[in-house]
Write a protein that binds this ligand. Structure first.
Ligand SMILES: [Zn+2]
Length: 324
């Protein structure tokens, strides 16, 4: 039976398909940063010698006009609704960009399309969009001092999750004096998932691909326990919740979250009061997987103080946002 593209949760966001080439087409798919190999265009700890996170894929164009500018369209990856459009490139290192909201396997997911030369007509907040629909023209807009040169023009594509739905209010209260030009879609409030294994595993599994299961199988950096009976992130992502008979019987007093290296929640377990450690504060770091930290050192959420794993200031802030 032929597998229709529509049956798959994510389709490639441009006509470049080299990432699925079984003989290894990655060098024809990714664009590296200035003077660096294609590997620096992948998702992960690929910048500044591994210390800096690149939270999306930089995808190479397939067609250019006579002036060398790309003419590829950025194609919506999954059906959804436009959630945010930035048309003031000077306000973001993403330049002109579009964010689309999706509900997949019980998860609230966003896809993001950045550095666009222009935004397609009719694409504004609230517009329903189909998979494969053009959202804009690939380009190289950005507010960075070092501009993106024509040879490096690319689509920056993300699959991302929103940390706090009330981010704008949190920013106002906690980041006094700093601008927040993009409301809830501030970069601090979005945590990305590597799209490459999503594309590759669903190309293999077809309709058998499940995003919630894929999240659960993503390497875990840390487990945290949050003493709150309800959690906004859990409410928005019921697909990540696992069952716990004890909490089912006794009621939920806290949530145990598994976090990926960049703080992305991978799964959530409800915990009953009887299961909590004694003298527990508002939250507790339950454990860290040093292998994940070694593999992905750029998240910078935890560190070892003597023999004890501790949250960094960035990790503290992330938890604060997750529980806001
Ligand atoms: Zn990028």
């Amino acid at each position: 039976m032929a597998l229709g593209l529509g049956a798959q949760p994510f389709r490639l966001p441009t006509t470049n398909r080299a990432i699925l080439d079984p003989d290894g087409g990655a060098d024809r798919y990714f664009v590296g940063t200035a003077g660096k190999p294609w590997t620096s265009g992948q998702f992960g700890c690929v910048r500044s010698g591994g210390g800096q996170l690149h939270e999306g894929l930089d995808i190479r164009p397939m067609q250019r006009d006579r002036r060398g500018e790309p003419t590829d369209d950025a194609l919506c990856s999954v059906p959804g609704v436009v959630a945010y459009v930035n048309t003031r490139p000077g306000l973001s290192n993403y330049g002109n960009y579009v964010v689309v909201r999706h509900e997949i396997d019980g998860l609230e997911v966003f896809t993001l399309y950045a550095h666009l030369a222009s935004i397609a007509q009719g694409i504004r907040v609230g517009t329903p969009v189909q998979a494969g629909q053009a959202l804009g023209r690939m380009g190289r807009t950005s507010n960075t001092r070092q501009r993106i040169t024509p040879d490096r023009a690319h689509l920056h594509f993300e699959i991302t999750f929103m940390v706090a739905a009330r981010y704008a209010a949190w920013h106002k209260a906690h980041m006094e004096g700093t601008r927040n030009d993009h409301g809830t879609f501030n970069g601090r409030n979005l945590v990305g998932l590597d799209p490459a294994p999503v594309f590759r595993s669903q190309a293999k599994a077809g309709t058998g691909f499940n995003l919630a299961r894929h999240l659960r199988e993503t390497p875990e950096l840390a487990r945290v326990l949050i003493r709150q009976p309800t959690l906004d992130w859990v409410r928005r992502n019921p697909g990540a919740v696992e069952t716990n008979p004890v909490a089912q019987r006794q009621g939920t007093a806290a949530w145990e979250l598994s976090l990926g290296f960049n703080g992305i929640p991978l799964r959530a377990i409800p915990r009953a009061a009887s299961e909590l450690p004694a003298n527990m504060g508002p939250h507790r770091l339950l454990g860290v997987n040093p292998k994940t930290l070694e593999q992905f050192p750029c998240g910078k959420l935890v560190f070892k103080r003597g023999q004890l794993w501790t949250l960094t200031a960035k990790g503290q802030q992330h938890l604060e946002l997750l529980t806001y």
